[in-house]
Write a protein that binds this ligand. Structure first.
Ligand code: HEC
Ligand code: HEC
Ligand code: HEC
Ligand code: HEC
Ligand code: HEC
Length: 388
């Protein structure tokens, strides 16, 4: 047992009520089931993505992002998240605010420790209070993704960070008016059946039984039934615990991969048929240097095919040219002879890209919400296939 964890257990011993709960967990074997007991907690955490200090330095410090750290530090730094929770519970899921209620200043963020010297990743204090309770449980406050999740047990904590973070999507909008991509962390939106275009998420409840009827949603599969507790990894065999010995993730993932591939194909076909040849210039982005050459000449007839991605939070394309060269641009950066984006935000390509990336980046290939994932991908493929 490391010194840190021993100190922590002693902390629990001081909090009389909690020690009973803790002993109860040990006695009931819940702790053993979640990875061999408390001595493993710190080592499990240390090898998990949550302990990724480089990512916190990169995304959540004033040196790297200046005032923009007020967005990313909400979920990418322990200090940022802790400051944000109170604000969130007061109904303000937007960027970090200062004590005066105005957008957080660089000085204020320095005082929180959002600097390369002091920033902390998603550590014990991000998720737990001093008495090792979870900072958020049961239900979430209103999230940056424009919805709140009610009655989801300990999973509420996870959903507070693991959501698309870009506001509510109106499912039947004909023109979203933006090229925004969902964030990499689309899990809450997918498991709660929210924020897709082309499917009526208001009329039908697409909430997954895996969120509503497993007790603790994310935490049930990624912790309680997981093999390595605080690594928060879900085994692809976790299904057998509830669905019987023959049932594995592959049974849902295989068909989902097929639907994703069909959607990507429909996207490429639509772009090539309606827009590729109109491209005259592109904001060419170099993934190695992260530099963009705005307005670089690109003859659209040289594009052989495209794949969807995101570049700096915006929808982007990886384009393979007829000579085999691969180039990247944000979708908004592909311009025609009139100097305007060739693809209007009203084209189904833009809503389709949001849906596709949300399902892809959810990362569970349908497991989180099998019925919703299917409905979204089938509706997206069909919308992309319709020609004006
Ligand atoms: C304070 C924000 C925050 C909270 C709360 C949070 N996460 Fe994360 N999570 C992250 C970030 C940031 C990453 C990305 C880490 C990386 O890519 O290195 C991540 C990555 C992950 C991953 C990917 C695997 C890995 O190790 O990189 C899983 C799985 C995960 N989180 C599950 C959970 C679960 C389950 C909960 C709730 C118990 C949770 N997270 C709560 C921010 C959070
Ligand atoms: C609402 C919470 C939230 C906010 C705000 C947020 N992120 Fe994230 N971000 C996450 C989570 C959670 C993950 C991990 C997703 C996963 O593993 O599926 C993540 C992943 C990432 C990754 C990918 C890391 C990897 O290795 O795969 C990058 C890059 C990133 N975020 C950058 C940013 C930047 C830049 C900002 C600010 C403009 C930002 N994030 C704001 C929650 C957030
Ligand atoms: C991403 C969020 C997250 C992080 C980071 C995290 N925990 Fe936890 N921890 C949880 C959740 C969720 C539970 C399950 C409790 C529940 O469901 O009520 C838990 C449970 C516990 C428990 C109760 C015993 C058990 O294993 O069930 C202890 C003790 C604990 N954590 C300590 C730590 C320590 C020490 C660290 C840092 C090394 C840490 N946690 C980091 C989310 C987190
Ligand atoms: C029914 C069980 C279950 C529930 C509930 C669940 N997950 Fe998952 N999750 C999985 C499985 C299985 C995978 C795929 C794991 C793999 O292939 O390695 C996965 C994948 C992921 C990934 C991608 C992992 C990676 O390494 O990139 C993240 C992140 C994640 N889940 C977070 C969450 C969050 C956050 C929640 C709650 C909003 C949640 N999960 C709810 C079972 C579950
Ligand atoms: C903690 C228990 C639990 C785990 C673990 C679990 N499920 Fe479920 N699952 C449920 C419940 C409860 C339902 C809803 C009742 C039912 O259909 O049996 C459900 C429903 C489903 C459905 C029907 C979906 C729908 O929307 O109607 C599928 C498909 C499914 N699960 C697949 C999986 C896969 C694949 C895994 C493993 C990666 C898994 N489940 C893990 C509890 C679980």
């Amino acid at each position: 047992m490391t010194r840190h964890v021993r100190g922590m257990v002693w902390g629990l011993a001081v909090a009389g009520a909690l020690v009973l709960a803790f002993a109860g967990l040990l006695g009931s074997g819940v702790l053993a089931g979640s990875g061999g007991g408390s001595s493993d907690i710190e080592t499990q955490w240390a090898v998990s993505g949550h302990a990724n200090e480089e990512l916190a330095k990169e995304e959540a410090t004033v040196e790297m992002r200046q005032a923009g750290a007020a967005s990313c530090a909400r979920c990418h730094a322990s200090q940022g998240f802790q400051a944000w929770v109170a604000q969130l519970q007061a109904g303000q899921p937007g960027n970090l605010l200062g004590p005066d209620g105005k957008p957080a200043s660089v000085e204020y963020m320095q005082s929180l420790g959002l600097t390369t010297a002091q920033v902390k990743p998603i550590d014990c204090d991000a998720c737990h209070t001093e008495t090792y309770e979870l900072r958020i449980a049961g239900s979430t406050p209103m999230l940056p993704s424009g919805f709140a999740a009610h009655g989801v047990g300990s999973g509420a904590l996870c959903m507070t960070c693991h959501n698309t973070r870009n506001g509510k999507v109106a499912w039947n909008a004909t023109d979203p008016g933006r090229f925004t991509a969902p964030h990499h962390s689309a899990q809450a939106d997918v498991i709660m059946g929210q924020n897709a275009y082309f499917v009526n998420v208001d009329a039908a409840s697409f909430i997954s039984p895996h969120a509503a009827f497993t007790g603790d949603a994310c935490v049930t599969c990624h912790f309680e039934l997981g093999e390595d507790g605080h690594k928060f990894e879900a085994s692809r065999k976790v299904c057998v615990d509830c669905h019987g010995p023959e049932y594995t993730a592959a049974r849902v993932e295989g068909p989902t991969r097929e639907l994703l591939a069909r959607t990507a194909k429909a996207y490429n076909e639509r772009f090539m048929a309606l827009y590729a040849s109109k491209v005259k210039t592109a904001d060419l982005w170099d993934p190695d240097t992260d530099k963009t050459s705005a307005g670089a000449p690109l003859d659209g007839t040289s594009i052989a095919g495209v794949e969807l991605t995101a570049i700096h939070g915006q929808q982007g394309l990886k384009m393979t040219l007829r000579d085999g060269q691969v180039v990247y641009s944000q979708l908004a950066g592909l311009k025609g002879s009139d100097g305007k984006p060739v693809v209007p935000t009203s084209d189904p390509l833009v809503r389709g890209a949001w849906n596709y990336l949300m399902i892809l980046w959810d990362g569970s290939y349908g497991v989180h919400n099998p019925a919703y994932t299917r409905a979204v991908l089938l509706a997206t493929e069909s919308a992309l296939a319709q020609r004006p």
